[in-house]
Design a protein around this ligand. Structure first.
Ligand code: ZN
Length: 242
């Protein structure tokens, strides 16, 4: 396919990777590598959590160990392939058990790496899977973009109702802040105009209530393309000034 639309999709919607491993150091290592290539990252430390997050967040790629507590990686692949909402998400299995490698592919993983393997190899595999699924991904995004304004409208109505009911409580209990150390790490993004890495400025943490926090991250382009706002909830980047 023509690489341009994929690149454009990548810059405005950073791909979401779900990393599944019970070892926090491994997750952290992969997460750091992925963030360098402008991916956003979600983590899970067991199969059950992974399945729930895969269904709820619809990641663009899933990286999983085979040895997981509860539902293991093999069972996780089977369940992901059985569910219509997760059927097409590319899965990369990274396993410490060479004997499981063949089995993993029969249950639906798209690629398998046997540990020990370099994070660079993991990253290369992920890029390959994302490129292969790029066209599918774009189609899914388009669908999601059509649906999300409707969801947002419903949210607004619900939020307004809640605001009226809890106006006094909210004003005292929920603090909205400007910070450079927000609860969710801002993603690494590139400028949609010139492809240079955007410079992170600050975040606004707010939202309608404590239970529904929101975070907006602000960036600017070193080449003077303007200031950009990234909304964590919708994972949208938009230009707010020149
Ligand atoms: Zn720029």
């Amino acid at each position: 396919m023509d690489p341009t639309p994929l690149l454009a999709a990548w810059t405005t919607h950073p791909p979401l990777a779900l990393i599944v491993d019970r070892d926090p150091d491994t997750r952290k290592l992969y997460a750091e590598y992925l963030k360098l290539s402008a991916c956003t990252v979600e983590e899970a430390d067991d199969g059950r959590e992974a399945l729930a997050k895969a269904i709820a967040r619809q990641p663009d790629v899933i990286i999983t160990e085979t040895r997981l507590p509860g539902i293991n990686g093999i069972e996780l692949c089977e369940l992901l392939r059985r569910d219509t909402t997760t059927r097409n998400i590319p899965i990369l299995c990274v396993t410490g058990d060479a004997l499981q490698a063949g089995r993993v592919q029969t249950v639906g993983a798209d690629a398998v790496l046997v540990k020990p393997c370099l994070p660079e190899s993991v990253l290369a595999e992920i890029h390959r899977l994302l490129d292969e699924s790029g066209e599918l991904r774009l189609r899914a995004r388009t669908l999601r973009d059509t649906v999300s304004p409707q969801l947002e409208r419903a949210d607004t109505v619900r939020a307004r109702a809640r605001r009226i009911i809890h106006r006094t409580v909210l004003s005292r209990s929920y603090e909205r802040v400007e910070t450079t150390e927000p609860p969710v790490t801002p993603p690494s993004l590139v400028c949609p105009n010139c492809d240079h890495v955007l410079r992170y400025l600050r975040s606004h943490v707010g939202g309608v209530s404590v239970r529904h926090p929101e975070q907006w991250d602000y960036f600017d382009c070193g080449d003077g393309c303007g200031t950009f706002q990234y909304r964590q909830r919708t994972r949208r980047l938009r230009k707010i000034s020149t």
